[in-house]
Design a protein around this ligand. Structure first.
Ligand code: GLU
Ligand code: ZN
Length: 328
């Protein structure tokens, strides 16, 4: 069994992603499995300088460990996506070879303007405007003004329901051609983009189980299509609920400073943070202090609530979480 932690250095590690990582780590460690840490830093414009190092540091402080990762190497090195771009280019070439990828010159506004039918739950529906429109990438690029580049899209089979058994969410079925249409594989000319990279990497690194937030549940059928197109065996998937604020939204700065770093600097102990994450998951009493290792014998997916964990005023008071003014 090989699991993974895949942080993106687009922001600081906070209570929400820490809880998901906790479940991923416990899943692997409780059955003697390995943990791989992969830094998903392809999304350059959103990356924050120093966030990758800070994420590793925050994870270590919380008590996480891993067997392979950017800081310790391993048999599948490198573990940082920007250093793995040649692999994504190879995966893209394989899809092109099979006629399953094509360049698209549509802008976000073009795609938005064409929305009529069903929206993807997590993005825009694309009607396939550029399917069979350009002979190749270069031909597509030539139609664009200087400085704009085409994106790569996946040719989604129509009228096929992709179905899989999620280890937490249960049976998931989606007709990708209706839910999202031909989705973006990558915006990079060489194929370095989340959707293609995550599949190429999980397969290359021998990941057998992916535990992540259920915000990615609707994207999983798309990823399964890529696995199949590349002739790769998919891992098992386990999507767990996120941590949300009292208004039901994803954690944001206006809900208070939930960054692990801020809690640590305010003098909160790692055991208090783990205690809270475990209480949210049904594995600890309120106010209990625990290490990750203490949780190994208590770990049980059956008690993990099916609904999101909520950052209530009581929780905020317990950890002294203040409103984040963004000045730190
Ligand atoms: N790096 C992604 C994120 O931080 C996770 C991707 C995945 O787990 O597939 O949102
Ligand atoms: Zn297009």
């Amino acid at each position: 069994m090989r699991g993974r932690l895949a942080p993106s250095p687009t922001g600081a590690l906070h209570l929400g992603n820490a809880r998901t990582f906790m479940v991923a780590w416990l899943r692997a460690r409780s059955c003697g499995g390995q943990v791989v840490l992969r830094m998903e830093d392809l999304d350059h414009p959103k990356n924050k300088p120093g966030a990758a190092t800070a994420a590793l540091d925050d994870l270590r402080w919380l008590g996480f460990d891993w067997d392979e990762g950017p800081d310790i190497g391993g048999p599948h090195a490198p573990y940082t996506q920007t250093e793995r771009k040649a692999r994504y280019a190879a995966a893209l070439a394989a899809l092109l070879e099979k006629g399953l990828a094509y360049p698209c010159t549509c802008t976000r506004r073009d795609v938005e303007a064409g929305q009529s039918a069903p929206h993807a739950e997590d993005g825009l529906y694309y009607p396939g405007t550029c399917r069979d429109r350009f002979a190749d990438y270069e031909a597509a690029r030539r139609t664009l003004p200087q400085g704009r580049l085409p994106a790569w899209r996946f040719r989604v089979p129509s009228d096929e329901v992709v179905q899989f058994e999620d280890g937490f969410a249960g049976t998931v079925a989606q007709d990708v051609s209706e839910a999202s249409g031909d989705f973006v594989l990558a915006r990079d000319p060489d194929g370095a983009g989340y959707m293609l990279a995550v599949v190429a990497d999980d397969a290359a690194m021998g990941i057998t189980e992916v535990v992540r937030g259920d915000d990615l549940l609707p994207a999983t059928p798309r990823q399964l299509l890529i696995y199949r197109a590349l002739g790769l065996a998919p891992p098992a998937f386990l999507h767990v609920p996120l941590v949300v604020s009292e208004d039901g939204r994803r954690l944001a700065k206006r809900h208070g400073d939930t960054r692990i770093r801020a809690l640590r600097e305010a003098g909160i102990a790692a055991e208090q943070v783990i205690g809270l994450l475990a209480w949210w998951s049904g594995w600890a009493a309120w106010g209990e202090r625990l290490t990750l290792r203490d949780l190994l014998p208590r770990f049980d997916l059956a008690t993990l609530p099916r609904t999101p964990a909520v950052l209530t005023e009581t929780v905020k008071a317990e950890l002294g979480i203040r409103i984040y003014n963004g000045l730190t």
